[in-house]
Design a binder for this molecule. Structure first.
Ligand code: HEM
Length: 154
């Protein structure tokens, strides 16, 4: 169960990044070309937000069953000084929750805007901030904080 969830959470990261980047590229070009905010844009925004929330759900489940997180809370005093353990016990969850809140607010704000220009602009600003935070808090294979594989196979 744990390893399946870890592999799923690892893969969903790519889907999430893909969708957020597509929203950003679309918003950028739409603003330059003064395009209309179409039903496809509405759907893209909604699907992207759903993928983000699925990743949140997987993350919460993983947080509950992860032996690393359990070790962190059971041995807090020592574990807080251990980089990899602290990363998953505290930093990853804090930063990712922050990013997810920002993406969710951005999505809701974009939906409520009255003009097409404002919808794209809102998406561009809020999703860019969310993406930067997510990028900085993924345990990339090259990350100095802690590294995990690019793809996890079962
Ligand atoms: C934007 C959202 C997120 C992304 C892109 C993301 C990405 C990742 C990646 C790439 C890993 C490494 C997987 C591997 O080892 O192959 C990971 C691990 C983990 N994530 Fe996330 N994550 C996100 C949100 C969350 C949230 C919100 C939580 C908690 C509520 C969470 C909890 C965890 C835990 C507990 C682990 C690993 C624990 C272990 O190795 O035992 N993640 N995450």
């Amino acid at each position: 169960m744990y390893l399946h969830l870890l592999a799923l959470h690892s893969s969903t990261r790519w889907l999430l990044l893909l969708f957020v980047i597509i929203v950003l590229m679309r918003s950028f070009w739409a603003l330059r070309r003064k395009s209309k905010y179409t039903l496809a844009d509405e759907r893209l925004r909604a699907i992207t937000t759903s993928v983000v929330h699925i990743q949140l759900l997987l993350g919460v489940l993983l947080y509950i069953i992860s032996p690393i997180v359990r070790y962190f809370w059971q041995n807090f005093k020592q574990a807080v000084h251990m980089r990899e353990i602290r990363f998953f016990g505290m930093e990853h969850i804090f930063m990712m929750l922050l990013a997810i809140i920002i993406l969710t607010i951005g999505s809701a704000k974009a939906k409520g805007q009255l003009t097409d220009k404002l919808k794209f602009k809102t998406q561009l600003v809020w999703f860019s901030i969310g993406l930067i935070i997510i990028f900085s808090s993924i345990p990339w294979a090259f990350s100095p904080l802690t590294h995990r594989p690019w793809f996890r196979h079962l």
